[in-house]
Design a protein around this ligand. Structure first.
Ligand code: ADP
Ligand code: MG
Length: 212
């Protein structure tokens, strides 16, 4: 097993950075959702992560899984619509993949992200190519797996995962949405980047910035 790259302090730092980043990008995420949805993805994520800050990040002595569980519950209880419960499920499944571990290796994070992705797929029933967050999270998990298999260190492996998530988000532009509100537009959903894939890329990028 590799070196420790994330502990409870690191997990809190990641979620703080993600909350701030989602706040900064709220306008952009909402504009993407205005084009193919109902113009609330940025405000949903911002509201959800403000609740995460209040509920999950001021718990003393929690391990990373406990922090992610609180994060998932805060998102589910504060964000309506499709995105909030899907991200809530993502964090709850992450928590279940490494219960009680104080120190996470890159392999642990890979297992957690994979479990989170599987939770999103189960709950949302989206396959790759249907223009959803799965199109950013899926490539990220694949790239992380490949980088670990190639013997890369944790920081580099997560940077490659973040690059793959960003490429995946951009690759949603020509896709026709098959799930969620954007699917109501049919062919007219093509030509716009998916808001959930875009926020998922921010999630992976901020994680890559928080490990080490
Ligand atoms: P809502 O669609 O309820 O307004 P948001 O705007 O917060 O919720 O989130 C929209 C995003 O949720 C989409 O851009 C897409 O990435 C994601 N999404 C919607 N439905 C699904 C689904 N069934 N599976 C996976 N992701 C989905
Ligand atoms: Mg929306």
């Amino acid at each position: 097993m590799g070196d420790v790259i994330l502990d409870a302090r690191g997990a809190r730092a990641w979620l703080e950075l993600l909350a701030g980043t989602l706040s900064e990008h709220a306008g952009e995420l909402t504009a993407l959702d205005a084009a193919i949805g109902d113009a609330d993805h940025g405000s949903n994520m911002d509201r959800g992560f403000k609740a995460v800050r209040q509920k999950a990040l001021n718990q003393d002595g929690a391990d990373p899984a406990a922090i992610f569980k609180q994060t998932g519950m805060a998102l589910i209880s504060t964000v309506g619509g499709a995105g909030g419960p899907l991200y809530g499920t993502f964090f709850l499944r992450m928590a279940q993949a490494a219960p009680g571990k104080e120190q996470l290796t890159v392999e642990d994070l890979r297992d957690m992200l994979k479990a989170g992705l599987e939770g999103v797929v189960q709950r949302g029933k989206a396959s790759p190519g249907e223009k959803t967050m799965v199109d950013a999270l899926g490539p990220a998990v694949e790239a992380l797996d490949a980088a670990i298999a190639a013997g890369k260190g944790g920081e580099e492996a997560l940077q490659e995962a973040a690059d793959a998530a960003e490429r995946g988000a951009r690759a949603t532009i020509p896709m026709v949405a098959r799930k969620g509100r954007a699917s109501y537009l049919g062919e007219r959903s093509a030509g716009h980047q998916d808001p959930g894939a875009t926020s998922s890329a921010l999630l992976v990028r901020t994680l890559a910035q928080s490990v080490g």
